[in-house]
Design a protein around this ligand. Structure first.
Ligand code: PBG
Length: 325
């Protein structure tokens, strides 16, 4: 006897109109944030070979990229600076005329309130050793000495006009330290995006080229072990208690379980970062004709949203917004 099903989920998949109506998750430009790199001392934007389509910008080309992002309706941009000179304490990071702070002023001037202009708050782009903090006597990253540097960097970024500081260094107590410094100086409105769960990941590979990282060794002494899920919740709880306005999980694709955990309990928005290596994998496979580039990009970002992200940082943000329209 042939069994005839009475329950038929395929009914809701039958036509594009039906699929569109029952979709649980959608992409919207306002929930996309574009990371941008600006490099000091160059006359023309420089392509980053491991990230097709992504550049180290000049101040002028950065303005144009930010204006395009605003035009595309994105929610925000996240700025990363590549200074000409680096030193042990990363002194260009809190120099008001340092490249990241100058770029922040330029972008705010360019886009006004059309985008939330955010800045990476970390020392790795500014130190000659490439670590996210200052080094102690035995060569390890000194947590509490780094907090002093982060406080100063936060003030410089807030003064430059950054609306939200992206704390990506994974130092213990960094959210509380920066909140305190900002409040003390009257920057009560500056928001904090805490990279609550940030893992020591191979998928940051192309980013190292993007910022000309000087790092030898790795960041396992401060970024999280990819083996640990529960620890993601612990980091999120601590950052919330310290005053984080938004929580971030990073990378995205290999950490969707952590993202889902954090999103299930967080009272504040939860974002995820589709990092450089995730983008590079899609580009490389697509360049070989092994996957459909556009479908892979849309599916990857949709998957990140489905797992619980309220917004996604993606190098494809402007392009995706163009497709949605
Ligand atoms: C730290 C920082 C990194 C990334 C964002 N912020 C590098 C790191 O932690 O090693 C990586 C982002 C990416 O790979 O796209 N400043």
């Amino acid at each position: 006897m042939i069994h005839t099903p009475t329950v038929r989920p395929r009914r809701l998949r039958a036509t594009p109109a039906m699929r569109r109506l029952v979709a649980e998750t959608r992409l919207h430009p306002a929930e996309l944030i574009l990371p941008l790199f600006v490099r000091e001392g160059i006359a023309e934007p420089r392509p980053i070979s491991s990230m097709p389509g992504v550049h180290q910008h000049t101040l002028d080309s950065l303005r144009r990229a930010a204006a395009e992002a605003a035009e595309a309706g994105l929610g925000g941009v996240m700025l990363f600076g590549v200074p000409e000179r680096r030193d042990a304490s990363g002194s260009a990071a809190d120099d008001p005329d340092g490249i990241l702070n100058a770029a922040t002023r330029a972008v705010v001037d360019e886009v006004g309130d059309a985008l939330v202009v955010q800045t990476d708050l970390c020392l790795d782009e500014f130190t000659d050793h490439g670590h996210c903090g200052v080094l102690g006597g035995s060569g390890e990253v000194d947590n509490d000495a780094t907090l002093v540097r982060y406080r100063s960097m936060a003030l410089a970024q807030a003064r430059a006009g950054s609306a939200m500081l992206g704390l990506s260094g994974m130092m213990d107590g960094q959210v509380a330290a920066v909140r305190d410094a900002l409040d003390e100086a009257g920057h009560r409105e500056t928001a904090l995006l805490a990279y609550a769960a940030k893992y020591a990941s191979a998928f940051y590979g192309p980013f190292r080229e993007a910022v000309d990282s000087q790092l030898s060794g790795d960041r396992r002494g401060y970024q999280q072990d990819p083996a640990n899920r529960r620890e993601g919740l612990r980091e999120a709880e601590l950052d919330l208690a310290e005053g984080a306005d938004v929580l971030m999980v990073k990378p995205a694709m290999s950490y969707l379980d952590v993202l889902a955990d954090v999103a299930a309990t967080s009272p504040v928005p939860v974002w995820a970062y589709q990092v450089s290596g995730e983008a590079a994998m899609i580009e490389a496979a697509a360049a070989n004709g092994w996957i459909d580039r556009r479908r892979a990009i849309e599916e990857s970002v949709l998957g990140i949203k489905r797992a619980g992200a309220d917004a996604v940082l993606s190098y494809f943000a402007t392009e995706i917004a163009g497709w949605i329209r």
